[in-house]
Ligand binder design. Structure first.
Ligand code: GDG
Length: 469
């Protein structure tokens, strides 16, 4: 039977007690690892002065976790540098924020090569290899150079930009050449798939055959949309149970008759947090009767704090927040509550359920799982309304949200108003359709669809994953 080898920048090793929050990818892969025996390979998150060239192995249930340490230079160049300061902004269409350095790029290639060297020794001929995200684009090319001929798939969690944008990144052509060493490339949306295929055609002279197939010289790859989903049932149940949670009860009591508007995002400039706060300000200025009637809660765990652009963003958010609360707040009413803490998923689910409006207005986003989580958490008899950026991948599926351009503060302010005034029948109708979609394309559907496609016609050891519909 073939095994599943997952590779991602960070590896989520479950703690031995089985408690502790499972991250998004861990939830996504849980069922896949039930169907296959597997290995999950990647960075341990630790820095060592002289890391071993062999991974540290931790066995938990059916999965072998293979963990590599990095040097602090690796972390700086590969992770903070090329991945998060050069690639991330370009992939999110922020050319002006992208800081390219040759040393960082060399570090990125070096870590991919050392991961490939260690991984090549573990891979068996029948294994399916599934690589995740922009940190590891060159991994397949490095594995091929070591003689690995297995089927290797790649999933890109963030947007893939148009050729005109990607082309501004030095080294982008080399990355494009490397990505064609995957047998199957999954992206979040049809727009991303189209962009990547156009990059391959325009930059490398590849030929786009029918459907997903792209041909470069004598080899083919496939580029296809696989919109990632969430654990719908898990989130739904967490939301149902959440009313007993102390934080949810306190929030309910603190609200009184006010209505809650919620935003949940990592502190990242792609998420449009200051822009969203200003849209809410616009809403309050345009609808003075709503002052004191609504509270906007923005939950924002900090992230990537070693990257300078994120420190700048943090200052910008705090200034915007202070200005709005200072100018529009009143004794007894603070318009925007902003918290940097990380909450358990059960609390998040409960807060989503309490909120009449979910504000998900990224400037650009691969998918945006929060949009789907907000929908899954609603009370079917009295659901809230999702206001969603048309630049989030989720907008391709959730067309019953109020879709907005996050750059247009008047438009977002109007959508907030429409959401607050929307009648129950319309809310139920929109929610029912969105919930149908996210149920059909939940996270186990996503993983099993990708893996079946990657396994292709290989029936021996074919995955026994159920399509989670
Ligand atoms: C990347 C892509 C793509 C947030 N705060 C807390 C918390 N979260 C959870 C959310 C959600 C997850 O983090 C964030 O996922 P997103 O999809 O919204 O965004 P990214 O982190 O940027 O993820 C994105 C995704 O990969 C998957 O492919 O959709 O486009 O950028 O699940 O709920 N979780 C907990 N406490 C918090 O305070 N427990």
């Amino acid at each position: 039977m073939s095994r599943l080898v997952v590779v991602s920048n960070r590896v989520a090793v479950p703690d031995p007690t089985g408690k502790g929050a499972a991250g998004g990818l861990a939830v996504a892969l849980r069922e896949a690892f039930e169907a296959y025996q597997g290995i999950w390979f990647g960075w341990s998150g630790k820095v060592a002065a002289q890391p071993s060239t062999q991974p540290k192995i931790v066995n938990r249930e059916r999965v072998q976790y293979a963990l590599m340490d990095l040097t602090s230079l690796d972390r700086q160049e590969y992770y903070n540098g090329f991945a998060n300061r050069a690639l991330w902004p370009i992939m999110h269409y922020r050319i002006g924020l992208s800081e390219f350095s040759r040393a960082d790029y060399a570090g990125y290639l070096r870590v991919n090569r050392s991961f490939a060297n260690a991984l090549a020794q573990m891979v068996q001929p029948d294994d399916l290899v599934w690589v995740h995200d922009y940190h590891l684009i060159p991994l397949a090319a490095e594995l091929r150079a070591l003689g690995i001929t297995n089927r290797i798939g790649y999933f890109h969690h963030i947007p893939w930009p148009a050729p005109e944008v990607l082309g501004t990144l030095p080294g982008s052509r080399e990355l494009l050449r490397a990505i064609t060493d995957y047998n199957l490339i999954g992206v979040q949306t049809e727009r991303d798939a189209d962009n990547l295929r156009r990059c391959l055609v325009q930059e490398l002279g590849a030929v786009h055959r029918k459907g997903d197939v792209v041909e470069l010289g004598n080899h083919q790859t496939r580029v296809k949309g696989f919109p990632i989903g969430i654990d719908v049932r898990g989130f739904e149940q967490a939301a149902l149970r959440s009313s007993s949670h102390r934080l949810v009860r306190q929030t309910t009591a603190g609200l009184g008759s006010r209505r809650l508007i919620i935003g949940v995002d990592r502190l990242d400039y792609s998420k449009g947090i200051p822009e969203r706060m200003e849209s809410f300000e616009r809403f309050l200025v345009g609808n003075p009767d709503q002052r004191g009637q609504v509270t906007y809660l923005q939950i924002t765990p900090t992230s990537r704090s070693e990257v300078p652009e994120y420190a700048t963003l943090s200052r910008e958010v705090n200034e915007t927040l202070g200005r709005i609360n200072g100018s529009l707040g009143e004794p007894g009413w603070v318009p925007i509550h902003y918290v940097n803490s990380t909450y358990p998923r059960s609390v998040l689910a409960g807060l989503h359920r309490l909120s009449r409006v979910g504000l998900v207005t990224p400037m650009r986003d691969g998918m945006n799982l929060v949009a789907k989580e907000y929908v899954a958490a609603q009370n079917p008899d009295d659901p809230g309304v999702l206001v969603l950026s048309k630049f989030a991948g989720a907008a391709e599926q959730l067309t019953d949200a109020l879709l907005v351009n996050p750059n247009d503060k008047f438009e977002v302010a109007e959508a907030i108003r429409d959401a607050l005034y929307m009648g129950r029948d319309e809310r139920i109708a929109r929610w029912t359709r969105m919930m149908g979609t996210i149920r059909q394309t939940d996270v186990s559907w996503w993983a099993s669809t990708f893996l079946k496609d990657l396994a292709g016609g290989k029936n021996a050891g074919r995955p026994r994953i159920q399509v989670g519909v």
